[in-house]
Design a protein around this ligand. Structure first.
Ligand SMILES: [Zn+2]
Length: 293
């Protein structure tokens, strides 16, 4: 993936090194049900993080800490010094900048103006307008403050634990969260939240799967339309990297790995095959209207 021609986004907050909460690996062997990109509720309380559709269920394997902590930040290594490498900062802000340019153009074609999201890079845990965010839950979007939260250590997990390395795999994760921001701007998140209030848990989960698959598709739409001076920024192998990541984070694959059994009613993000297909639809069509879920 080429990002050389992209201007870095200024909608970026660096909170790394400020400590708080538990990061990856705290307590060892903890697996989270909401391991991956998810949307938080507008109505989350401080310290109690509620998914847009259904609760964030933790399935802890082995003892120890980690997971959701119903209290404020702890003070692990509160050096206050940024721990973000210049390379990572550059990558995050350029991918974000590319999504701004791309979605700006798509919105403009429809006579609308795109209001960008802000990305917050943090370490372990941080306060959000949706409650206390924990890195162990993976990157997420908070509709209350319209920000994306990401602990860059997640990318190591993506590469090592999920076997999905590569810059495009990382960009897909960011673009998926930007996809939730697009849904927020479209009113889809509010709509889903309202319907979910009247739905059973299984119905609520099914609704969330659609939200997640659309965000995957929107990530593909970004990739299809992202350009620099030389044209589309995708290079050979990029699409495969994205597909590998989408496949690795399907509900069925994650459940098989963490609990050995697959419980379809509890799916919140879609199967590996569904996620791959959603991303593919976005990349192939480059058209957000094709992302109907
Ligand atoms: Zn998501």
């Amino acid at each position: 993936m080429r990002l050389g021609g992209e201007g870095p986004s200024g909608n970026f907050e660096d909170r790394t090194g400020q400590g708080g909460g538990f990061g990856f690996g705290g307590g060892g062997g903890n697996m989270l049900g909401c391991l991956l990109p998810f949307v938080m509720s507008r109505f989350g309380f401080v310290g109690v993080i509620i998914l847009l559709l259904g609760y964030c269920v933790l399935s802890q394997i082995g003892g120890g800490g980690g997971g959701l902590v119903p209290s404020g930040p702890t003070t692990s290594a509160p050096s206050g010094q940024s721990t973000l490498s210049p390379q990572m900062r550059d990558f995050l802000t350029r991918v974000l900048g590319s999504t701004e340019e791309t979605w700006g153009e798509i919105f403009a074609k429809n006579g609308q103006r795109y209001t960008p999201t802000t990305m917050v890079a943090y370490t372990s845990g941080t306060q959000t307008a949706c409650g206390f965010g924990q890195a162990a839950m993976g990157p997420f979007y908070c509709p209350n403050d319209k920000k994306i939260y990401i602990d860059p250590a997640f990318f190591n997990e993506l590469s090592r634990r999920f076997g999905a390395p590569g810059d495009f795999a990382m960009a897909y994760v960011i673009a998926h969260e930007v996809g939730h921001h697009i849904q927020d701007l479209e009113g889809r998140l509010d709509e889903a939240h309202n319907s979910q209030a009247r739905a059973s848990e299984a119905e609520g989960n099914a609704m969330q799967v659609k939200i997640e698959l659309q965000a995957d598709c929107y990530a593909g739409v970004w990739a299809a339309n992202a350009r620099d001076a030389q044209g589309n920024i995708l290079e050979p192998g990029d699409v495969e990297e994205g597909m590998r990541a989408a496949e690795a984070i399907g509900d069925d694959t994650l459940q098989k790995q963490s609990q050995g059994v697959v419980v379809p009613e509890s799916f919140t993000h879609g199967t590996s095959a569904q996620r791959v297909q959603a991303l593919q639809t976005g990349i192939k069509t480059g058209n957000p209207a094709a992302c109907k879920f």
